[in-house]
Write a protein that binds this ligand. Structure first.
Ligand SMILES: Nc1ncnc2c1ncn2[C@@H]1O[C@H](COP(=O)(O)OP(=O)(O)OP(=O)(O)O)[C@@H](O)[C@H]1O
Ligand SMILES: [Mg+2]
Length: 242
């Protein structure tokens, strides 16, 4: 299974002074079960690449495959369905629905994903239990700690059983304890077979991943190329020069 594939991906943003070439030819493949940390200096294109895999933005050139589906060149309707069913997206600042309970933050996307309310609530409860929020179901996100809010956002991202979890600096807004807790959760999910691509600026967080890919100026700069499956079996399938 090809979880994520980018071939010759380019993305340029129009700007007032000069166009910004955010992605200048990205080639990257992530197999099912990998936990990849995506690193690199601010502005190198990490979020742009993640958003393209997430179906939130489109490449100008190149091929993008997610969960064996070609994502490049699709219209907005197709992308909306794709986002609901194939990827789970986690952001630095949570993006929760502030006016509804923790339970509904998870149940509503499940209903949009096709579950009936009862089944959606039951699945939401299971996920909240799993993520240590079982006693918080009726609370509003605003009364939760940063770490709890991020766990809620992760539960929401997982509710429709996405093939890939895409996270953009998920520990960036948390203190070190909250960050460590979220990393531990990602490691547990990876242990259960979840494929993860996570942008991070933290070497400590990246050390918890099974593979580290670095970008610079819109290109892949280095890739340690070691792919560790869910069972922990390390196999070097390809190596690129750092
Ligand atoms: N919608 C946009 N319009 C114009 N320029 C953009 C847009 N999105 C990103 N850019 C530019 O593209 C480049 C890459 O941005 P991107 O957000 O992908 O960087 P990043 O690696 O995620 O950085 P950071 O670590 O600061 O989050 C930057 O120069 C940025 O200013
Ligand atoms: Mg970014």
């Amino acid at each position: 299974m090809t979880a994520l594939l980018a071939r010759g991906v380019r993305r340029t943003f129009e700007a007032e002074l000069a166009p910004v070439r955010a992605l200048r030819g990205i080639d990257l493949q992530v197999d099912g079960g990998e936990f990849v940390a995506l690193m690199g200096p601010s502005g190198c294109g990490k979020s742009t690449l993640l958003n393209i895999f997430a179906g939130l933005d489109q490449a100008d050139e190149g091929k993008v495959v997610v969960d064996d589906l070609v994502v490049s060149g699709r219209d907005e309707n197709w992308l909306a369905r794709f986002r609901r069913h194939h990827v789970g997206i986690v952001f630095q600042f949570f993006n929760l629905l502030e006016g509804v309970s923790a339970l509904d933050n998870i149940a509503l996307p499940a209903i949009l994903g096709g579950l009936r309310r009862k089944a959606a609530e039951s699945r939401a409860r299971d996920l909240l239990d799993l993520l240590g929020l079982g006693d918080r179901t009726e609370q509003l996100p605003s009364v939760l700690s940063g770490g709890q809010r991020q766990r809620l956002a992760i539960a929401r991202a997982l509710v429709n059983e996405p093939a890939v979890l895409l996270a953009d600096e998920p520990t960036g807004a948390l203190d070190s304890e909250g960050g460590a807790e979220i990393l531990e959760l990602f490691r547990r999910l990876h242990g259960d077979g979840q494929t993860i691509l996570m942008v991070t600026h933290s070497a400590d967080v990246a050390a918890g991943a099974s593979r580290v890919v670095r970008m610079r100026d819109g290109r892949i700069d280095s890739d340690d190329g070691v792919r560790v499956g869910p069972a922990g079996s390390a196999a070097v399938v390809e190596e690129r020069a750092p």
